[in-house]
Design a protein around this ligand. Sequence first.
Ligand code: PLP
Length: 417
Amino acid sequence: MVRFSLSRQTIDSSLPVLARAKGYYWHALHRPKVLDACGGAGVACIGHGSEDVARAVLAQMKTCSYVSYAHFQMLRSGEPKGPRDGMGSKGSTFVWTGQPQRVNVIARWESYHGTTLGSLSASGHVVRRGPFEPMLAPTFHKIPACNPYRQRLTDECDADFVARKAAELEAEFERLGPDTVAAVILEPVVGAALGCAPSVPGYLQAVKAVCEKHGALLIFDEVIRSRWQQESVVPDLQTIAKGFTGGYQPASALLVGAKIVEVMERGGRTFTRGQTYQNHPVVAATALKVQEIIQGGDLLANVRVQGQLLEKLLRAKLGGHPNVGDIRGRGLFWGVEFVEDEAAKQPFDPSMQVAQRVHRAAVRDFQVLVYHGQGCAGGCKGDHIMIMPAYDISSRLVVDIVQRVASAVDDVFGTKC
Ligand SMILES: Cc1ncc(COP(=O)(O)O)c(C=O)c1O
């Protein structure tokens, strides 16, 4: 039995005790069921408790429950078109191509890539970096995120905004020395750190052009979206996780682009790693079944349809709210940023914990679970919630989610949407 988490690291005895989760609902002891509008942390993309996945997991456990990566070769099905698949970690491409001086990585503020020392070094999420700051690697550098809500100048069109952002990146390459930069890493749609902020049209193309000009790799961190090949720009490396297994097993994978594969194949290289559980067969069977369910049910088509409905309803219900500064997202991945003063885009004092209060009211009084975060206005300031329901959610439940979330927002701000 676990308690629903209200503030990530605390055990709060006022939290409901979770008994089980099934479909789109969390079932707590002695409480009404809670509608899952965020897949936990953007994970449960096919809902909870799938019998099909459970069967696939069990079957794999009976066939082969574990194998060390080094002892057998992997069997592939089909040739991937974009970045290649591989469950594991990064390699040393620049050492193999005689460029060992490429040690710098350019990342962005208001980004989140994880909480290992490496991934946190890349992360620009100040709230999460804070406690570890002295231990983080100095070879990771930050440029501003792509956040039109807070950065776009009055009357600045997409093309001019993108040109300004590309110039920022170019300047960082020049500052570091272009041939010292190994890679640029970014989330095409920023998740936890910015609350579902998509890149402005043309931005990813511009970033890729700067990377190519200087011979650096482009890495997309798609851990939280894990919707493959949705961007028109193909990166050199792409991370995926959460929706990869939908939470039925903890798993991540790295998709490796042709440019890197060619270098490896030419030199007969392999990635040097040696994690005990990499390429785990039960995890692989889980991912395969979850992806079969997503593809077999054409769930990405549903994501597009329900995503449009979610956007429309969020804008209709919350667009005019005096404390809603921005509503942004793509597909079934939407964020709502709260502000104290809408005209000035003034964030709330972080100590008010506004996003957490919306989250708390939502789960406690309106039985809907949303994901909350702080820091989207820079530093520790800025409050947002994220709505990321399962890919197979129905229109009826999308309507229900928005109604419940709007009620929670009303409740916290004392308004009537
Ligand atoms: C974009 C992104 N990258 C990396 C991570 C880290 O993933 P994990 O918590 O599985 O280490 C997250 C987690 O939310 C994420 O959203």
